[in-house]
Design a protein around this ligand. Structure first.
Ligand SMILES: *Cc1c(COP(=O)(O)O)cnc(C)c1O
Length: 476
């Protein structure tokens, strides 16, 4: 399988090369050259398989011959095997009943309690494996305002062939979020608290990548949400959940709390692979660029409003470009033109036929903060279950946009409620407790370096701290 760019101007790459590159050199996103299909019989057989077995079967077509099958199987088993303890639940992503033919797919049993662990835990190993085979090494750098940083750190800790440097704005992330990053004691993990805002951190990141000499010297790389490997790993749980409820005999609907459009795009890919998904509800908070698009066909930025579901506080949804590429029959020139228009005018509009095409599967729904809190309270009252604000948006949107009562509706549970204790306590009257493996988080020692908002200071620190010295990386 080869990967091509959504802007149509970059050479096709194998899986491992596309993963290491992240973004394509023409500014586009990598996407498989075609969508592989799984037969109905194969999907039906998933009902009796473990998460790890389904993961191997669903992802293998995307890997091609870039990684030997036995090696890939071993990595998948190490991450998702029921006895390996990376996920706190033996089923990895348990499906629990909510209301009538309504389900919650719990994606938050990983080490940092959010669904990003499911893909990042695999990607840490994939990077390490691919780099070892090339005798290469990379320096991962990221900026975080909360969730993503800890998931990336947990995924990269103790890997042989990489270092990770994570920038967070000093004093501007919650204590739980900071401690999830700074209590990881591993020689290749380096937390940096920048004296500035999250925007300052992002600007430093961009400047570090923009310094070509530094970028090459350190072999900079990123594991952000546009990386194809992340989308790929998220396809799996659509299969496990749908097969458990009777697919492919029955069709299934999903409701997906959405920000960068990565998680819900994985559902789209599952459908292209043959999983009978009859509806994908794109659930947003007040930052509703996606919900507005599926209503009107106009994709238009509108600034960012802080909400109680901060992981969905986005201005543009970077992975949306991948859907656009398919909507425009894989015409990269057209995608480039629309994104130029977005950059120049703040928006673009697709024609009625393409809007209708997208609405055959997708529908949007938006929830504001009061409605989010009311949903947390209602689910607690009606089912005795405590859910986090992102998950609540998915549940409410699924109810509002349900195709019919006979189609199972699965809402994706994206984070553990203990990650967002304030809003959950306000809605339910009880502060949610951290699960046992993180119960002593507030007592663990922390390590991080405070640095000024200054590129040279960050670069100097990175040069001194990287345990991995780059000496002529094999061509990539
Ligand atoms: C990242 C995140 C989201 C948004 O997912 P996308 O793939 O960016 O659409 C939603 N909820 C939580 C808890 C997240 O961490």
């Amino acid at each position: 399988m080869k990967y091509i760019s959504t802007r149509g101007e970059a050479p096709a790459l194998a899986f491992d090369e596309a993963m290491l590159a992240g973004l394509a050199p023409d500014g586009g996103l990598y996407i498989p050259e075609r969508w592989p299909r799984l037969s109905a019989d194969k999907i039906a057989s998933f009902k009796d398989l473990s998460y790890a077995e389904i993961a191997f079967r669903a992802m293998t077509p995307f890997i091609g011959d870039a990684i030997p099958a036995a090696d890939f199987a071993a990595m998948v088993e190490a991450v998702y095997g029921a006895d390996n303890g990376i996920f706190a639940h033996p089923e990895v992503t348990p499906l629990v009943p909510l209301g009538d033919n309504e389900w919650l797919l719990e994606l938050f049993h990983g080490p940092t309690l959010a669904f990003k662990d499911i893909s990042l835990q695999l990607i840490g190993r994939l990077f390490d494996h691919v780099l070892a085979r090339r005798s290469g090494r990379v320096t991962i750098i990221g900026a975080t305002s909360g969730d993503t940083g800890s998931a990336a750190i947990e995924a990269c800790r103790d890997r042989d062939n990489l270092d990770i440097f994570m920038l967070h704005p000093k004093g501007r992330v919650s204590e739980v979020q900071r401690r999830q990053m700074t209590t990881v004691m591993a020689a290749n993990v380096h937390n940096i608290a920048i004296e500035g805002t999250f925007d300052d951190c992002q600007a430093l990141l961009k400047a570090a990548f923009g310094d070509t000499g530094f970028r090459n010297e350190m072999q900079l790389s990123a594991v952000n949400s546009i990386n194809w490997a992340r989308v790929m790993a998220q396809i799996v749980y659509y299969f496990t959940a749908a097969a458990a409820l009777g697919a492919p005999r029955k069709s299934i609907a999903f409701s997906v709390p959405s920000g960068n459009f990565g998680n819900v795009f994985a559902g789209y890919v599952a459908r292209r692979m043959g999983l009978p998904i009859s509806r994908l509800v794109v659930a947003t908070n007040s930052n509703d660029i996606l919900a507005r698009f599926f209503e009107s066909g106009r994709y238009e930025t509108a600034g960012v409003t802080p909400t109680v579901s901060p992981s969905m506080d986005i201005q543009v949804s970077s992975n949306f470009e991948r859907l656009l590429y398919d909507l425009y029959d894989r015409d990269g020139t057209m995608v480039s033109r629309l994104l130029d228009e977005l950059a120049a005018d703040g928006g673009f509009t697709v024609d009625d036929a393409r809007l209708a095409g997208s609405r055959a599967l997708f529908t949007g729904y938006r929830l504001d903060d009061p409605a989010t809190e009311a949903t947390i309270a209602a689910v607690h009252r009606d089912f005795g279950m405590t859910i986090d604000p992102h998950t609540a948006i998915g549940v409410a949107a699924g109810r509002a946009r349900r195709p019919d009562a006979s189609t199972p509706m699965i809402a994706l549970g994206c984070a553990h409620p203990a990650k967002f204790p304030d809003v959950v306590a306000r809605a339910t009257g009880t502060a949610p407790e951290l699960p046992p493996r993180l119960a002593d988080l507030l007592d663990r020692p922390e390590a991080y370096q405070v640095l000024p908002n200054d590129l040279a200071a960050v670069q100097d620190f990175m040069r001194r701290k990287a345990t991995v010295k780059v000496e002529g990386m094999a061509a990539s």
